[in-house]
Design a protein around this ligand. Sequence first.
Ligand code: UDP
Length: 328
Amino acid sequence: MRMRVLVTGGAGYIGSVVTEELVKDGHEAVVYDSLYKGHRAAVVSGAKLIEGDLMDVERMRAALSENRIEAVIHMAADSLVGESVEKPAKYYRNNTVAGLRLLDAMIAEGVLRLVFSSTAAVYGEPEKQPIEESDTTNPTNPYGETKLAFERALGWYERAYTLRYASLRYFNAAGATKLCGEWHDPETHLIPIVLQAAAGRRAHVEVYGDDYLTRDGTCVRDYIHVVDLARAHILALGILDKGSRIYNLGCGGEGYSVNEVIETARAVTSRDIQIRMGARRAGDPAVLIASSDRIKSELGWQPAMQDLKVIIESAWHWMQGHPDGYKE
Ligand code: UDP
């Protein structure tokens, strides 16, 4: 079924790929983005861009009604753990309060289907691996806390206003399409940092600790290709009318350690990548691996690009083609 979909944060890294996939599938995509971090050039042709703030309920209502929107994918957010500890007010405002404003606009316009970008950070320090959706949520930073607060609001809004939602708890998104890739300033994520070092744009990669109880002492994460992640949003759109769901999204398995990511990037790029051993980063759990069995069995989702080599290759190709990112 083709739908008219509004994507908040559609000019950001994951949002741009979700928008690209929507357009490819013949959906009508309207990106709503303040461009405070997103990039105009990341909005694929075929999608319409509305520059607007989530706090601006009137503007959002107009965007929903004028484009006869049937569903919203809500991806606009701040997402840096460290920054959230320093600036919790920013995270409560942009992730929780602004999200509630979006819901006000949606309910006022009778748009009652939502796919929400949630995060593995809602679990905090996990009790076991792989993490299942029914495991305890106990965030250890304001980023996870503000995402969870919004997720919990969705549960109450569902009862009272018949909102239908899918909350997708992402593990570590990585990789790129030909058109869309990861470009943050400053960059904090491991794979783009490693590739910047390979490209000679930074002198070295600092490894945040090698004294964890993992196979090589460095942290282990579950990397998922951004296109596999995007496909899950499109599958989720199709089941909203059946009821609300929460899904983890990762590739599972053994994950990859920081050292394994660096080794793989050396192999993919054939470049030298210098490392410096640094201290642990505050708030980093040793291991985060998803069980994505629920979305696999309920929606038939399957990652097509689980191999880290394939993920890193796609990011490297994008970086080679966009040496200055989305410089406008
Ligand atoms: N990391 C690192 N050096 C960096 C950036 C990240 O060692 O310059 C580590 C980080 O401690 C974590 C893993 O790489 O264990 C993935 O971090 P990232 O910020 O990419 O994602 P997160 O897991 O925080 O969502």
